[in-house]
Design a protein around this ligand. Structure first.
Ligand code: PLP
Length: 409
């Protein structure tokens, strides 16, 4: 069976990492990976996480199976963290959640859940989109349509285009939104724009599917979920995925949630819970518990929660200062070029206004590796790396007159 497999092409993100690891240059730079690095280039483990782990080990906890819905205390903590403890959805008990192995699995399970209930549903995703997100829906058999979101050439949000495209949504279509720190662009919606989208969702009967992967990396822990809190209070039903990978720095421990918010007139929330339990069990049987247990330990221990909040605040301040430094470095190497978009955007990523061909040239000549759409991890760069990126950007711009200037979508 396996002998027959040939000419298999990696997906573009994996392919980039394969090229990166095969590049022998000692100067190669990885701006692709979506992790936070501190000044020393390390992916730090938070003090709150280490302390929570020690507390858990000291308690000699069991390791038997749990329900496929996973760690329900963790689910409740995350529901309260993202929605706020007094959100009407929680007070009215209209939410059902599963703990998943990260938000990646939650997206895949959410897509499966919807497809099994409504085969004709379409998902609307932003252009550009984080490629893995697209796969999760396609593999579940959901048709994908795109809406205009970001003008890469002008480095601006295209909200008018977004609204125009989304007016074609039908009842039960999914509208995929990023809670904050949009991946790949870093370009977020204002609260007024979230409000307009909520109205459009109510008008069309579509269902928002909000993916929160970077809470605390943008404006603040509560500020980053203001749009989610607003839309979930206004629309009848919603799907939600939340990742603890970045906000708690526990990437490989795999903790996240998939939540279904049902309408006030939903007939039987217990059936929704059973359906969700069957969906996740059929996909991966059961999520690992360690990451979820660590997060629950932090969020249920006031001193640990305080430490975690201040560590996350520090990370956010570092990201903001990196954005300022990268903007300044790019502008000083490219006189007259306005890189202010880098400071206006949120979270780890921004997309450089260069084409796919130019991105490839930068890879060949400068050994700088980016994800599709010239997505760079601004938060992972040190001073030398941003200087090298600025130099490479100046080089491709200077080379441009001899080549067509097309920016890849
Ligand atoms: C927007 C978005 N959603 C979901 C995920 C998946 O996160 P997790 O590590 O929890 O699977 C990521 C990870 O990069 C992401 O950027």
């Amino acid at each position: 069976m396996f002998r027959e497999l040939c000419d298999y092409t990696n997906d573009p993100i994996e392919a980039m990492f394969v090229r990166l690891s095969g590049d022998p240059s000692p100067d190669k730079i990885d701006l692709g990976i979506g992790v936070f690095r501190d000044d020393s280039g390390k992916v730090p483990v938070m003090r709150a996480v280490r302390q929570a782990e020690q507390q858990l080990f000291a308690r000699d906890l069991p390791k038997s199976y749990m329900s496929p819905l996973g760690n329900l205390e963790y689910c409740r903590d995350i529901e309260e963290l993202v929605l706020g403890a007094n959100h009407p959805v929680l007070l009215e008990e209209r939410i059902v959640s599963a703990q998943t192995p990260g938000a990646g699995s939650a997206l895949r399970a959410g897509a499966e859940f919807v497809h099994s209930l409504s085969e004709d549903s379409v998902v609307w995703v932003s252009e550009p989109v984080w490629g893995h997100q697209l796969e999760f829906f396609e593999k579940a058999g959901i048709q994908v349509r795109t809406y205009r979101y970001y003008d890469q050439q002008g480095s601006t949000l295209d909200f008018a285009g977004m609204l125009e495209d989304l007016r074609s949504m039908n009842e039960n279509d999914l509208l995929l939104l990023h809670g904050c720190c949009h991946n790949p662009t870093g370009q977020d919606l204002t609260i007024e724009q979230w409000d307009s989208l909520a109205d459009l969702v109510v008008e069309t009967g579509a269902v928002p599917f909000v993916d929160v992967a970077y809470q605390g990396f943008g404006k603040g822990i509560d500020e980053d979920v203001a749009g989610l809190r607003l839309i979930s209070a206004k629309v009848p039903q919603l799907l939600l995925t939340v990742s603890s990978s970045k906000s708690f720095g526990i990437y490989r421990e795999r903790a996240g949630i998939l939540s279904v918010i049902v309408s006030k007139d939903a007939k039987d929330i217990e059936s929704v819970r059973r359906k969700l339990r069957d969906t996740v069990r059929q996909l991966y049987f059961m999520a690992p518990n360690h990451g979820a247990a660590v997060v629950h330990e932090i969020l249920s221990t006031p001193e640990l929660e305080q430490i975690w909040r201040s560590e996350l605040d520090e990370i956010r301040h570092h990201v903001v200062s990196m954005r300022k430094a990268v903007r300044e470095t790019i502008e000083s190497a490219n006189p007259g070029f306005d890189a202010s978009f880098i400071e206006r955007q949120y979270g780890m990523f921004s997309c450089l206004p260069i084409s796919e061909d130019e991105q490839f040239l930068v890879e060949q000549h400068f050994h700088i590796y980016m994800l599709p759409n010239a997505r760079v991890n601004v938060a992972a760069m040190n001073g030398n790396q941003s200087a090298k990126l600025a130099e490479a950007f100046a080089w491709v711009r200077a080379e441009r007159p001899s080549r067509p200037q097309q920016v890849s979508a």
